[in-house]
Design a protein around this ligand. Structure first.
Ligand code: SF4
Ligand code: SF4
Length: 427
């Protein structure tokens, strides 16, 4: 919700979505014919790949592209592999898209079941890394960046989205189980569940501290939670993991709890669908369901230049195909009519200063943007605080010249990371 200022001089304030106290169950939306999974490796349709078109798979089966490759996806349906193709993601990242035609009868893979009675970090990494919420389990095993605190986010990072709040309110028993299991397998005792102020009560003993944050955006972004809950300021260029803190969504923790107590890998994702008229639906669908199936279920028509965003309005990313599948970390799908979608422009900066006033990290964004537009990323990082940016997107929202500042920032960080990795590999 936007709190508009009467006088135009005060920076607009946004409040996070608050769900009603009594929640209806998430509406179930089924995939119609196929689901598609994105595997992080590129198979290039290699004949040596261990998955081939025509292979039969069962729900919960681990699919690795090559023998002995630790990277995998989990088949979220039973069926037959009908296509394997390269897929280009954001910033030139490539994936292998594995499409499965859904069979009429569902059968479950039982490999994980044998591990369920004895959870370990190793078997969690081996089976649960692609579970709903994408639990960052590998982070807990990184001896170079030892984790001391697990922060469970029961609040949604972006506006209009209620997925994490919904999971926290409706799957508390799974979360409690997940917390108990996480403590056992990681040896980490300090676990904190972060919730909104109005939802602070009624948790009872869940095996974790419960802390609240305020409802004003961007209070739920990790650097702000570090500051306001842990009282630790994230130094520029450092990650939360380097500070010993691992963030995990409430859904990721609930997935861990549900998998080990039920003996089956969860394959359904909860997400918030926000349609063109602003109505919101909490839905549950199979991971890999194409967005066209979800939009069809709600009668949402997509016209030329309408925009579909994965994530919320401030930090989400546009997707360009109705075949784009729901991913394990898709918390929201936002559909904007072309009349509502803010288009970027090539107008120059008029130095109004709105971005500077709104920036929670107090960056001189008006200066930073000049270097980003010129592709001078190192200069932007060394002299204009690129790495102090907490990725909130507020500067883009307020920019009167509609400069895509946040997109420039993401591109700059990505390019600098890529250069750093290339340098490290060359050494
Ligand atoms: S996205 Fe923009 S407003 Fe937000 S912290 Fe970064 S520079 Fe500041
Ligand atoms: S808000 Fe846009 S136009 Fe105004 S100073 Fe910032 S970049 Fe320039």
């Amino acid at each position: 919700m936007l709190k508009k200022s009467f006088f135009g001089l005060v920076i607009p304030q946004f409040e996070y979505e608050r769900l009603p106290a009594i929640l209806p169950e998430a509406e179930k939306v089924a995939a119609s014919k196929t689901i598609t999974l994105f595997h992080e490796k590129n198979s290039d349709q290699n004949p040596a790949a261990s998955i081939q078109i025509g292979d039969k798979v069962t729900t919960g089966q681990k699919l690795s592209l090559f023998a002995d490759d630790p990277a995998y996806v989990i088949a979220s349906v039973t069926g037959t592999v009908s296509a394997i193709s390269p897929h280009a993601g954001d910033f030139g990242k490539t994936y292998t898209a594995i499409t499965i035609a859904i069979a009429e009868t569902e059968a479950f893979d039982d490999q994980f079941e044998a591990h369920a009675p004895s959870p370990t970090l190793e078997n969690a990494i081996e089976y649960l890394a692609a579970a709903p919420g994408n639990p960052p389990l590998q982070t807990l095993a990184d001896s170079e960046k030892p984790i001391k605190t697990i922060l469970i986010t029961g609040v949604d990072g972006d506006l209009l989205t209620g997925t994490r709040q919904y999971i926290t309110a409706t799957r508390l028993n799974d979360i409690k189980d997940g917390i108990r299991i996480l403590k056992n397998i990681s040896g980490i005792d300090r676990i904190i569940l972060v919730t909104g102020r109005d939802a602070l009560h009624g948790f009872g003993h869940i095996g974790a501290d419960v802390k609240s944050i305020d409802a004003t955006y961007p209070a739920a972004l990790p650097p702000m939670i570090m500051k306001n809950v842990l009282e630790e300021v994230l130094p520029a260029g450092q990650t939360c993991e380097e500070m010993g803190v691992c963030f995990m969504s409430a859904e990721a923790v609930a997935s861990i709890g549900r998998a080990y107590t039920g003996g089956k890998l969860p394959v359904h994702k909860v997400l918030t669908l926000i349609t063109k008229d602003g109505s919101r639906h909490m839905i549950e669908t199979t991971i890999g369901t194409p967005i066209k199936d979800i939009l069809n279920a709600y009668g949402v028509e997509i016209n030329e230049e309408d925009r579909i965003v994965f994530g919320g309005p401030m930090t989400g990313s546009a997707v360009y195909s109705l075949d784009q599948p729901v991913l394990p970390d898709t918390d929201a799908i936002l559909v904007l009519d072309r009349a509502q979608a803010a288009n970027s422009s090539d107008y120059p900066c008029i130095n109004c200063g709105d971005c500077v006033r709104t920036c929670p990290a107090q960056i001189a964004v008006n200066m930073l943007v000049r270097f980003l537009e010129a592709g001078q990323y190192e200069e932007a990082a060394d002299n204009y605080d690129l790495y102090s940016c907490i990725d909130c997107g507020l500067c883009s929202y307020v920019c009167v010249s509609k400069i895509p500042i946040f997109q420039y920032i993401r591109l700059a960080k990505y390019e600098l990371d890529r250069a750093k990795t290339a340098e490290a590999t060359d050494v």
